[in-house]
Design a protein around this ligand. Sequence first.
Ligand SMILES: *[C@@H]1O[C@H](CO)[C@@H](O)[C@H](O)[C@H]1NC(C)=O
Ligand SMILES: *[C@@H]1O[C@H](CO)[C@@H](O)[C@H](O)[C@H]1NC(C)=O
Ligand SMILES: *[C@@H]1O[C@H](CO)[C@@H](O)[C@H](O)[C@H]1NC(C)=O
Length: 400
Amino acid sequence: MKPLFILLIFSAWTFIGAQYYYQGLMDYLENRLLAIEDRMQFWSEQYHQYHTEMLAFKELTAVTIDGLKSDHSNMFKDLEGASLRVDLAEKEMDYVEIQTSPRACANRADKVVEHEAWGLQDREEEEDGDWEDLQSKVSDCVEIISGIRSVKILKRVGSPKGMWTRDPRSSKVYVFNGTSGDTVFQFNSVRDFSRSLGVEGTTSIQLPSEWSGPGSAVHNGYLYYVQQDTDTDVQVVKYDLLNGSVTEAAIFPVDSHASLYSLNPETFADLAADDQGLWLLYAASDSEPNISLAKMDTATLDIEEIWDTRCPRENAEAAFVICGIVYVVYNTRLASRSRVQCLFDVNDMVVSQEAPLLYFPRRYGAHASLKYNPEEKQLYGWDDGYQIIYRLTMKRKLLV
Ligand SMILES: *[C@@H]1O[C@H](CO)[C@@H](O)[C@H](O)[C@H]1NC(C)=O
Ligand SMILES: *[C@@H]1O[C@H](CO)[C@@H](O)[C@H](O)[C@H]1NC(C)=O
Ligand SMILES: *[C@@H]1O[C@H](CO)[C@@H](O)[C@H](O)[C@H]1NC(C)=O
C-alpha cells in the first residue's frame, strides 16, 4: 500500500512539476510575443509617421515643381521675346549696314606684267574692237553677282578649316580636310556626301605630294593643287583624277610664303578653275599689301597674264572668281559677318555703281574657303567645319 502511495505522490509531483515547467515556457513565449507585438506596434507607428511625412514631402515637391514649371515657362517666354528682339535688332543692323556701307570697291584691270611678253596685241585690238571682241579676250561671260539667294548648311565633317568642291563635269565631290595633307576624299555626288557618315568608307585619293592650304580646284576631271616644297618655291600641280597621275607641274616664283588672306594664314595661294582657264590668287611678297592674280593655261600651266587686283590682303578670309571677276571676302578677326567688299574685273567692265556689297547670311564662324561652281552658280563654303552651299543670283554686267 505504501509503495503505491509513494508512486502516486511521486507521479502527482512530477505532473505538477511539468505543469509548472510548461507554464513557465508559456509565460516566456507570451512575453516574447508581447515584446514582438510591441515592436510591431512601434514599427507600424513609425511607418505610419514616415508615410505621412513622405506624403507631406511629396505634396511639397509637387507644389515646388509646379512653381518651377511656371517659372520655366515664364523664362522661356522671356527668352523667346529676347531672341525675337535680337532678330529684330540684327535685321535693323543689316539694314543700317546696307544703307551706310560704301559699295564694294571695284578695281579696274591693271596689268603688271610686260605687255610685250603677254599679249600687247590683244590689248590693242580690244581698244578699237567692239565689246563682244573684248569679252572673248580673257573671259567670255558677262555675269556679275546680284545677290545670295539661299544658303544650305549640308553637314559638319572634319576640322574647322578645310575645303570642298564639286567638279562641274562629273558631279563628284572632293573634300580636303584640314589645311594640308596628301589625301582627298571623293564622293559620287553632293547627295552621297550629305548622306555619308563622315568620310568612312568613301574613296580616298592618295596624292603623290602634299597639298598646302585650302586652295585647290577641281575642273573637268583634273585636280589642281598648290604644293610648297621650300620657303620660296610654290608649285602648281595638275593631277588626273581618272588615271591617278600627275600630268603637269609648274613652279610659281613668289618671294616668300606670305599668306594670301590675313584671316586664313594657311592659304598662300588659291586656285580657281573654270571654262576660261585656271586662276591663281597669290601674295607677291610680304611687303605687297594687295592680292595678285595670275591666269594660267589649264593644259600646260603656262602663266598667261598677271594683274595686281588692288584688293588688300588685310582682313580678307577668302576669294573666288566668276566670269573673270575676283570677289574678295572680308571679315573681322572676331568672326562677324563675311562680306564681299572688293572686286576686280580682268576685263575692266564692272563699274563702281554696280559693284555689289554682299553680306553672307548669319552663320557659325569664319570661312576657311569659298569655291565657286560655274554650272550651278553656287559657292561651296567651309565654315568652321560646316559644309555650306550658297546659291547666287546673277545679272548681266552693265556695259559701258
Ligand atoms: C580632319 O583633320 C583633323 C586634323 O586636321 C583630324 O584630327 C581629323 O581626324 C580629320 N578628319 C577626318 C574625317 O579625316
Ligand atoms: C593619264 O592620262 C593622261 C591623259 O589625260 C596621259 O597623258 C597619261 O599618260 C596617263 N597616265 C597614265 C599613268 O596612264
Ligand atoms: C594696293 O591697293 C590700293 C587700293 O586698294 C592702292 O591704293 C595701293 O597703292 C596698292 N598698293 C600697292 C603696293 O600696289
